[in-house]
Ligand binder design. Sequence first.
Ligand SMILES: Cc1ncc(COP(=O)(O)O)c(C=O)c1O
Length: 460
Amino acid sequence: MDTVEINGDCPQDRLGYANTMPSLVARDQSCIWHPFTQMKIAPDPLAIVRGEGAYLITEDGRHILDGISSWWVNLHGHANPRINRALAAQAEQLEHVMFAGCTHPPAVELAERLLPRMPPQLTRVFYSDNGSTAVEVALKMAYQYWTNRGESQRRTFLAFRHAYHGDTVGAMSASHDSLFTASYSPLLFGVERATVPNDYLASMDPDLDGGGSEPLVDLELLLEERATDFAAVIVEPMVQAAGGMRVWKPEFLRRLRELCDRHDLLLIADEVMTGFGRTGPMFACEHGPVSPDLMCVSKGLTAGYLPLAITAASDRVYEAFLSDDTSKTFFHGHSFTANPLGCAVALAGLDIFDQENVLGRIQGIESRIRAGLQSFVGRDYVRDVRQIGGLGIVELTAEGGYLANVGPRMAAAFLERNLLLRPYGSIVYFMPPYVVTDQEIDWVFDQIDEVVSSVMSNGS
Ligand SMILES: Cc1ncc(COP(=O)(O)O)c(C=O)c1O
């Protein structure tokens, strides 16, 4: 077993053992089960003991640039001093209280400050604690909206191929069928899955960029036949993230909203990844602009600090639950709903947006990433290059899709260079925290260039 030297009064000292202790990785391997990880064959986890700005710092002192914002959550840098202070101050006041029958200042202030920044139809905040539960809440609200109104035939959801909405049962049902959902398929409820036409795909390669002008014929036909079967349409606005970092034209969102209006369907925008500036504006719906009936946010909501989520609802949805009949109540809640510490760090994150011109900074990051990506367009081993906001994507020609073996090989090579990226098989993407500098962005693209060229020239 690996051991590291320990200074000070550790239990082993007191017991008179040698002044050594198993390394963090060895201890982890004896007791932890990691997410999305085949524990039998996975490489050792990275032992991270500290974070500072755009960097994660390992047990042995390496500074690793966090090129994916720690699963897309971190916004203003790790261990951000302003957020740390807000967290400590809130902990002195109130760490938690149940949210049924109680309220508290950070939850109210966060709703008051966030709603005016969200699309205009959204007027109510329902708190939960992660992206999957925000989606689960939206699906349940949309479903019950119709039953509360006496239209209980509207049982189905319309979702999109390649979608990813989370790992709870409802969120998995709305996600694309994949290796990740296959084991649970008998548990999942059926949804209707539509394809986004290629015409709406956005690319930096002019040959691949769709015009975005064709009507959504298949969807229109489907809805003309069966609109009253559907409770809602759920979409990841502007970019399907885990399903392959597919970027769309804003026209798609606009046409989808038009179709929902024409057929009286609710539109659920899953902004769990896209929210809080990832695609440029504060929310991806602004690209349309469209206003959904329900919107899910999490990840960047707390700037990546604590698990918290919001499902925002329109008056139309909210009012369908108001009744003297208790069966029309929205029966959902979690122990940590609206946790005050989470709400306080979310407020500190908003202060940083407002006072440090973060949206302006994202525009700078966007143009630097665009410049870095340009040299990949048209290379013979590159299938596509895409970009939106602070997210840059290079898709390689390697076969195998999500499971292409170039993915883990590239991830290991990036790590050797102190860069944390987790390619989806043949899709390499970069989504840094907003504190990243121009020099760091240029350095990242040098690393991507060298690693990708080497992996692709050694056979994919
Ligand atoms: C669009 C989208 N929805 C939902 C989720 C699920 O969020 P969580 O991992 O917090 O449950 C994710 C996670 O990546 C996501 O990208």
